[in-house]
Design a protein around this ligand. Structure first.
Ligand SMILES: *[C@@H]1O[C@H](CO)[C@@H](O)[C@H](O)[C@H]1NC(C)=O
Ligand SMILES: *[C@@H]1O[C@H](CO)[C@@H](O)[C@H](O)[C@H]1NC(C)=O
Ligand SMILES: *[C@@H]1O[C@H](CO)[C@@H](O)[C@H](O)[C@H]1NC(C)=O
Ligand SMILES: *[C@@H]1O[C@H](CO)[C@@H](O)[C@H](O)[C@H]1NC(C)=O
Ligand SMILES: *[C@@H]1O[C@H](CO)[C@@H](O)[C@H](O)[C@H]1NC(C)=O
Ligand SMILES: *[C@@H]1O[C@H](CO)[C@@H](O)[C@H](O)[C@H]1NC(C)=O
Length: 228
């Protein structure tokens, strides 16, 4: 008897749980996973529809503010957009300040509640692209020239458009000997011009580089192979 009751209880609980979990999937309009994605200080707000079923025919409204401000501001370009992203680069120019964004949905005359991002500070969160790599052959050695990614257009009227002005950057250069199919680290340091010596003329070489940010413990993806 006890066992039966217990089992019944279990059934009811399972049933309730299923009911609760499936219900929002039908009608929820509230955008999900609203977050900033940032590369080289290009700050893009992205989100997903409340549910698969509300994807079609939905439009979205975007607001933003700096942490500590009372008023949300409308992002006019993304006011009623059908897209699932909004470029907020120009609205988040202070790289050291935290910002929020938020999004709501309208569909068939109904509005969702706002869905907000976590706090977003460009300096902490932006991800760097790999360095640009140029190679020059000088006699038996190879000169590798590295350039850090640039900030977006917005900074180009000023002089400090290189990421070097905002972070301590460490460059890592890898060399691959095509004959031996062997990769090794040829350099790690802060110089942007690296000379690699003692290369065998018979073999082909490829160079790749990445940027490491010691303070953030983060590295960029590797650059494309540049072969000589
Ligand atoms: C959304 O629209 C596309 C084409 O516009 C259609 O193929 C798809 O079935 C629609 N999805 C839903 C859930 O209505
Ligand atoms: C944002 O836009 C809505 C609708 O156009 C308007 O009612 C509201 O006053 C605007 N808010 C701000 C802060 O401009
Ligand atoms: C940001 O501002 C610049 C300069 O004012 C402008 O050229 C650019 O189109 C703006 N970008 C966006 C996404 O609003
Ligand atoms: C290359 O080697 C030659 C002969 O050893 C030397 O005269 C020349 O200065 C070298 N070039 C460079 C750029 O180091
Ligand atoms: C950038 O800095 C250099 C010197 O470091 C200077 O000659 C140049 O005028 C500056 N450019 C701008 C746009 O400020
Ligand atoms: C450029 O960066 C240097 C330090 O890296 C700073 O002293 C200078 O004020 C900056 N210039 C501008 C225009 O932001």
């Amino acid at each position: 008897m006890m066992l039966k009751l217990y089992f019944l209880g279990f059934l009811i609980r399972s049933f309730l749980t299923i009911g609760i979990e499936t219900q929002p999937a039908h009608g929820s309009l509230k955008p999900r996973n609203v977050q900033f994605q940032s590369r080289n200080f290009h700050n893009i707000l992205r989100w997903q529809p409340g549910s698969f079923l509300t994807r079609n025919g939905s439009i979205y409204f975007v607001q933003y503010k700096m942490y500590g401000e009372r008023q949300w501001k409308n992002k006019t370009d993304c006011w009623g957009t059908p897209a699932l992203f909004c470029d907020l680069t120009n609205e988040t120019l202070n790289l050291y300040e935290p910002y929020y964004g938020r999004v709501k949905t309208a569909r068939a005359g109904s509005y969702s509640a706002w869905s907000r991002t976590p706090r977003f500070t460009p300096w902490w969160e932006t991800k760097l692209d790999p360095p640009a790599v140029t190679t020059v052959q000088v006699n038996g050695s190879l000169l590798v020239l590295l350039r850090a990614p640039e900030l977006p257009y917005r900074a180009q009227n000023g002089n400090n458009t290189s990421m070097e002005n905002y972070y301590d950057l460490v460059y890592r250069v890898f060399i691959i000997d095509n004959l031996l199919e062997k990769e090794q680290k040829a350099y790690e340091g802060t110089q942007r011009i690296v000379q690699i010596e003692g290369l065998t003329p018979r073999s082909g070489y490829c160079i790749m580089a990445e940027i490491y940010q010691p303070v953030l413990g983060r590295k960029s993806p590797r650059s494309e192979r540049r072969c000589v």
